[in-house]
Design a protein around this ligand. Structure first.
Ligand code: COS
Length: 382
């Protein structure tokens, strides 16, 4: 996108965050739902189509541009980002990265327009970090497959129109190579949703189980048309998703630091502003330093991704560092606010709970460490 158009998009999102999203945060928390009129505004702004190429009706941002927009968006509660998150990211990117032209034509324009919501169905009751051990089966039946299994903690499943679903289609091949990625419309007979999960935070972002009971889908629903490639597709989607999460961590860090600084400068104790005290300054300085480090790493990894360089190690490092750092930044924000930081009225306690998930979803910190070390060892062996 040319830089003038991009600047307009960025300032529009910034204004939307200030004028519409931040004022609606308490309502979202209270109602445990993002209001429909806000979702409609997000649709009209084109936010569902950020990552879909222009040829398929999206805005077609580069990873660096997407990161900058997501950073703006997540200065408001991360729950708003979740509305578009699976459609922009993990739910659609399998089709964008590995889909056939026909699959792209069929799904991407609707996803980009926000007319259809996509969810990513990988995790199962017995398979989380060890994604290749998934048990959902897709049994060949003529020119169709019959899918049976349960997917767990599926973000946006209650709103989803289509699932990118990983299932074992090659029963004789154990592990990653027996898995295919399927595009499964939510209206397919045999799909039922579990009850909506009750969570520590991120109220308004909905997750639930999705149960597939003998769901019949055509064989051409396999992403890319080739069975056995689904695990790789999922891993590529997650590499990219982890860069996106780095941008979420940065946006929330910006907000938490703003709140901490403002509170420290307004609050008086011992006859003066607490921002005069060096122990408070140390907390502000540590948070700012960590946010700058996330920013630098995000720019470098997103840039590498845009140049087509391999980024598995760097994306894992960014996701690991940024999600841990924003956890520390949120913890300091509570501390700077003192007693007020523990009260729901001031929102930092809510953000503290909301961002705890960043260290878990799209691969735990421990999985990121494992990927980083594996890639290091692999490179040294070559
Ligand atoms: N890009 C492309 N291909 C990849 C890849 C990547 N980032 N990572 C792995 N692969 C390929 C490997 O090259 C291998 O294929 P070949 O044998 O042809 O080389 C295949 O996928 C299997 O990879 P690997 O042997 O590394 O698989 P493991 O079972 O050891 O698992 C981890 C790898 C642990 C990294 C993976 O299971 C993972 O990311 N788990 C976390 C899942 C997750 O993030 N869940 C969150 C919920 S989804 S929001």
């Amino acid at each position: 996108m040319d830089s003038d158009t991009f600047d307009i998009l960025r300032s529009t999102v910034r204004r939307f965050v200030e004028e519409r999203l931040i004022p609606a945060e308490d309502r979202v928390e209270h109602d445990d739902a993002v209001p429909e009129d806000i979702i409609a505004d997000m649709r009209n702004l084109g936010l569902f189509g950020l990552s879909v190429p222009e040829a398929y009706g999206g805005i077609g941002l580069s990873m660096s541009e997407e990161a900058a927009i997501v950073r703006e968006l997540t200065r408001a509660s991360v729950v708003f980002r979740s509305v578009i998150g699976t459609t922009v990211g993990i739910g659609s990117q399998g089709i964008v990265i590995d889909g056939t032209d026909e699959q792209k034509q069929q799904w991407l324009p609707r996803l980009a327009a926000g007319e259809a919501v996509a969810s990513f169905a990988l995790t199962e009751p017995g398979s989380g970090s060890d994604a290749a051990s998934l048990k959902t089966v897709a049994v060949r039946d003529g020119d169709h497959y019959r899918i049976t299994g349960t997917k767990r903690y599926i973000t946006n499943a209650p709103r989803a129109d289509v699932f990118t679903l990983m299932a074992r289609s090659e029963p004789e091949i154990k592990g990653a190579h027996g898995v295919s990625a399927f595009i499964v419309p939510a209206t397919t007979p045999g799909i039922t949703l579990g009850k909506i999960d009750k969570k520590m935070g991120q109220k308004g972002s909905q997750t639930c189980d999705v149960i597939f009971d003998d769901c019949r889908v055509p064989a051409n629903a396999i992403i890319g048309g080739k069975p056995g490639q689904g695990f790789k597709t999922a891993m590529k989607v997650l590499d990219r998703g982890r860069i996106h999460i780095g941008a979420v961590a940065l946006g929330m860090s910006d907000r938490l630091i703003e709140m901490s600084l403002r509170y420290a400068m307004d609050r008086n104790q011992f006859g003066q502003s607490i921002s005069n005290f060096q122990l408070v300054q140390a907390m502000l300085a540590d948070s700012k330093t960590e946010a700058l480090a996330i920013e630098a790493l995000l720019e470098s990894v997103a840039g590498k991704f845009d140049r087509g360089e391999p980024v598995s190690l760097e994306a894992a490092a960014l996701k690991y560092f940024s999600s841990e750092a924003v956890g520390r930044i949120a913890d300091r924000a509570v501390q700077v606010h003192g007693g007020a930081g523990y009260m729901t009225e001031y929102k930092v306690e809510r953000f503290y709970r909301d961002i705890r998930l960043l260290r878990i979803y799209e691969g735990t910190s421990q999985i990121q460490q494992l990927i980083i070390a594996r890639e290091m060892i692999r490179a040294e062996r070559q």
